[in-house]
Design a protein around this ligand. Structure first.
Ligand code: SF4
Ligand code: SF4
Length: 384
């Protein structure tokens, strides 16, 4: 097994400790970008990591064992589709051996009962399955995968039979928001503990597909009402996490709890990112676990340090009372919509760009565009 800590200069610092930015609590491991689905809102970058660049089993195991020293408690195995890794059971076992809580974030279409049981035996703590709709025809069209919905339902059933807690991830947009009440009922029927009602965030693939995905204001108002009613009715039965769409927001979300503050991602090729979309910001270079120990990267990565805390902030954030709450919102969205990642997130009504994005949302929601550009390694394929 290789040991990246041997590569480090002596900085006098204990990795992850005694520094101003604190300790990360959770990590998202994008163990591969391979995926049988082709969702038009996929949060992976448009430029996907090729399979041959992926970290090896040994490299992932080494990184997992570095995590407890950094204060990390939870790992989320994601992708792409994490089940595309032949060694996924071995990786979950390594997380268990390191004392980490582990969550499998999967499309569910390639899960089998046997592999799920092997994952449970390896100590997997939780499963999250994405659903594209309640209606199978719509769900299979959005995911670009024939018969995927039926396979997901089966995977959800096996998850509960294996005694594992289940979260339903429901990604919502203009073409499926009318199904939200049915998707909440579906989550209750399958015995899920939680549903994430996540309106699409527009970076990467979703930005390419924005005109086909952007909801109308009327849909968002109805979505707010449905969530509020369900939260009341399903107290103690189903927890609901709700992510509102930024383009219709007044204040920005506290993206990832602040850049490089509580979370990070590791890409399939080992680059450590403050969030899954950060590589959409051109000009930033992210350090790799192939070259450095994780603790060194957390403390010293120039890209992680760039937007940490509040010193980097421009006005109006710099003199704003909310700057320690939302840390200026999302850097990726600021870059995508204003061309400068250091700008105030335009989701904030104090941003000079805010009115323009609200108008963009209204205009794109009215385009009538329905055809998707499907996500794939070839850079996208328009729906037939
Ligand atoms: S969003 Fe869809 S295409 Fe992207 S990784 Fe998840 S299941 Fe695969
Ligand atoms: S101005 Fe900046 S700190 Fe203030 S609410 Fe808006 S994004 Fe947050």
């Amino acid at each position: 097994m290789s040991d990246a800590s041997a590569l480090e200069p002596d900085t006098g610092l204990t990795p992850g400790k005694g520094t101003s930015h604190g300790l990360p609590v959770a990590v998202l491991l994008e163990v591969t970008h391979r995926c049988p689905l082709q969702c038009p809102y996929c949060s992976n970058p448009v430029e996907l990591d090729r399979p041959k660049s992926e970290l090896s089993t040994e490299e992932w195991v080494r990184v997992l064992h570095e995590m407890p020293d950094l204060g990390i408690l939870q790992v989320h195995f994601s992708g792409g589709e994490p089940m595309a890794r032949k060694d996924i059971v071995e990786l979950v076992q390594a997380a268990t051996d390191a004392g980490l809580y582990s969550n499998l974030i999967t499309s569910g279409v390639t899960l089998t009962r046997e592999r799920l049981e092997a994952l449970a035996d390896a100590g997997l703590s939780h499963v999250q399955i994405s659903f594209q709709a309640n209606d199978p025809v719509l769900a299979n069209r959005v995911g670009g995968y024939k018969n995927g919905h039926a396979k997901k339902l089966e995977a959800a059933k096996w998850t509960r039979e294996a005694g594992l807690p289940l979260t339903v991830n429901a990604v919502m947009h203009r073409q499926n928001l009318h199904e939200l009440p049915d998707m909440i009922d579906m989550a209750v029927e399958m015995g899920a503990h939680r549903i994430e009602v996540a309106n699409v965030q527009y970076y990467g693939w979703a930005l390419k597909n924005r005109a086909a995905l952007m909801p109308t204001m009327a849909q968002i108002e109805e979505c707010n009402r449905v969530v509020e009613e369900a939260e009341e009715r399903l107290k103690g039965i189903l927890a609901i996490d709700y992510v509102v769409p930024d383009y219709y927001a007044v204040r920005p979300k506290t993206c990832m709890g602040g850049w490089g503050r509580q979370f990070f991602n590791i890409s399939p090729a080992g680059r450590v990112l403050p969030c899954h979309a950060a590589e959409s910001i051109t000009g930033l270079e992210f350090d790799s676990v192939r070259d450095h120990a994780l603790g060194w990267i957390w403390d010293h990565s120039p890209a992680l340090n760039l937007y940490r805390g509040t010193d980097w902030m421009p006005e109006p954030c710099q003199s704003c009372d909310f700057k320690e709450e939302d840390f200026g919102g999302c850097r990726c969205q600021a870059f995508a919509l204003t061309g400068d990642a250091a700008n105030t997130d335009p989701a904030c009504s104090f941003s000079p760009h805010h009115d323009a994005i609200f108008k963009t949302a209204e205009t794109e929601a009215e385009t009538g565009e329905t055809r998707f550009i499907y996500r794939n390694l070839a850079g996208g394929t328009p729906e037939a």
